[in-house]
Design a protein around this ligand. Sequence first.
Ligand SMILES: [Mg+2]
Length: 195
Amino acid sequence: MGRTICLDLDGVLHQYTSPWTDEETISDPPTPGAQTFCANLIARGFDVVVNSSRCRTPEGTAAVRCWLDRFGFPSEVAVAGRKPSALVYVDDRGLRFEGDFASTLEMIGTPDTAPLPWNKKTPEEPKSRPTFENELSRLINHHSMESGSDTPDFILANYLKGCLDTFNAATREREKWYGRPAQAEERVVLSEPTP
Ligand SMILES: [Mg+2]
């Protein structure tokens, strides 16, 4: 255990862009650099063990061994049917637990928003900006502010956003009642763009 690195197969060493068929079918080539990565770990003195749910059956274990050999992985890379005791686990679906359940829950999200492995993300997903409500929801969760009223963080976030909207609408109405012109957003131009 002292120097074992446990590597996941599908989505880590194996690109896994084709859909799952069965334990014995490993359809795609390695993720670029996977063989060198394993060789570097071995050169640093680590024992490298691949653990995959494919190894539930002897045929699946044989298929993993065969795939590693076919693509020139170092022969020292072992294949384990059970999750071994290891120093570090490398997995495309893992989260690192840092002793804080609130932030872990935040990272997991909901079944609809749970993080996807790198090779299952669409180009839009990593670029999508969190909304104000989502960020507020995370902040409420992080500080356990939902516990005071036992109200889910996203409901509180929507409520607070609603408060701001109502306040803005009220101030606009007030200005209108006094006959004052609606205030335009103040914009400070720091520098003119150079042509
Ligand atoms: Mg995986």
